[in-house]
Design a protein. Structure first.
Lengths: 187, 186
């Protein structure tokens, strides 16, 4: 009688990463117990970090219409949305907003990016809209944008948050803000 | 006996030559960015199926232009991703159309697969008439697209290209981003 033998790979479910991992060690890390988000991570000694093998994103959404009128990066009239990174390291972050421009002053730009901890985004890593007089004067425009960038989180529990800047003369309105976060290499 | 044995899943930079059905590997797709794909061999398909992992990503924030009715590079080429394996991939790409000054502008932005240009029907499509442009400037538009691509050979390059429609009109885009995850590879 033939016997089929199944070898099972036992991967523990953890809420904190092992303190002294060995190369090739794997875990299912509970990134968000409430939302049941688990990340399959594998320790790579050569990189001194845990590489991402699979799992869903941490996500946050706010459908509300909010505004910002400042040339500095900062919160909308209602901050966020945001995700608290459970681990330090590199993440891939997707984010999106729906822009509703009702400004009448011509020629300005508007940036929407991800603040990591206390670090504002670079303009080049942001969604960008640029308006000139022919577009803005007497005319509303609505435009969705979505972006994906690698973002480094310096410390566990740092917050990844959507922030924006434009100029002081124009209040920009956005809605349907969301971001989604998956790890690349964490510790 | 319910004893569990530990099975080793190899971390590889090239796929095993003679895999068995159900064999798994962690394939290092992009060592610099720690992108690793968890693949499982399916004998009936003679392919490695994608089980998990992150995307390979390429990005260029700069504003670039193209002025041709043929598909080709922007004034600064790319972005592009070299597919590490042959097979099927899901490719996602996006651009923001710039503040273009021509009226009645229409252009396509797609993915060139090695030497094969995209079909118009598989591209982002931007089109604005003179009326919509208000007679002078074409408002910005944003586009994101996702399509399956078959890569014939390892190291083939997937690259963003563009063309204008019926007449050669210069158009600009900014914030070009693309990302790639496998579906099944070999």
């Amino acid at each position: 009688v033939g016997v089929r033998t199944f070898a099972r790979r036992i991967i523990p479910v953890v809420t904190a990463l092992p303190g002294q991992p060995v190369d090739g060690q794997e875990v299912y890390y509970v990134a968000d117990g409430t939302a049941r988000i688990q990340w399959h991570l594998r320790y790579r000694a050569a990189a001194s970090g845990w590489e991402y093998m699979g799992g869903g994103p941490l996500a946050s959404i706010d459908a509300a219409s909010v505004t910002r009128a400042s040339s500095s990066f900062g919160d909308f009239s209602t901050p966020g949305p945001s995700v608290t990174a459970p681990l330090a390291g590199d993440y891939m972050v997707d984010w999106s907003v729906n822009l509703n421009n009702t400004a009448s002053s011509p020629t300005f730009s508007f940036f929407v990016g991800i603040k990591s901890g206390s670090t504002d985004p670079a303009d080049a890593d942001c969604l960008l809209w640029t308006f000139t007089s022919a577009v803005t004067t007497g005319r509303d425009s609505e435009n969705m944008g979505i972006m994906r960038r690698k973002v480094t989180v310096a410390s566990a529990s740092d917050v990844l948050k959507i922030v924006a800047r434009g100029d002081t003369a124009n209040s920009i309105s956005v809605s349907l803000r969301w971001l989604a976060v998956t790890p690349l290499l964490v510790n | 006996v319910g004893a569990a044995a530990k099975r080793f899943v190899a971390y590889v930079t090239s796929l095993p030559a003679s895999p068995g059905d159900g064999q798994e590997v962690f394939f290092e797709a992009d060592s610099a960015n720690h992108v690793v794909w968890h693949l499982r061999w399916r004998a009936s398909a003679s392919k490695w199926e994608f089980v998990g992992g992150g995307p390979m990503e390429a990005y260029d924030s700069s504003s670039v232009t193209r002025n041709s009715t043929s598909f080709g590079d922007f004034s600064s080429a790319g972005p592009s991703i070299t597919a590490p394996l042959a097979g099927d991939y899901m490719v996602e790409w996006a651009v923001t159309a710039g503040e273009n000054s021509a009226n009645s502008i229409e252009f396509f932005v797609g993915i060139k697969n090695a030497s094969t240009d995209p079909a118009d029907g598989e591209c982002l499509h931007f089109q604005t008439s003179a009326d919509a442009a208000g007679g002078s400037d074409v408002p910005q538009g944003y586009g994101v697209y996702r399509r399956k691509f078959t890569v014939a050979s390892p190291s083939d390059v997937l690259k963003m290209v563009a063309r204008s429609a019926s007449s050669a009109v210069s158009f600009s885009v900014v914030r070009r981003v693309m990302s790639v995850v496998p579906i099944r590879v070999s």
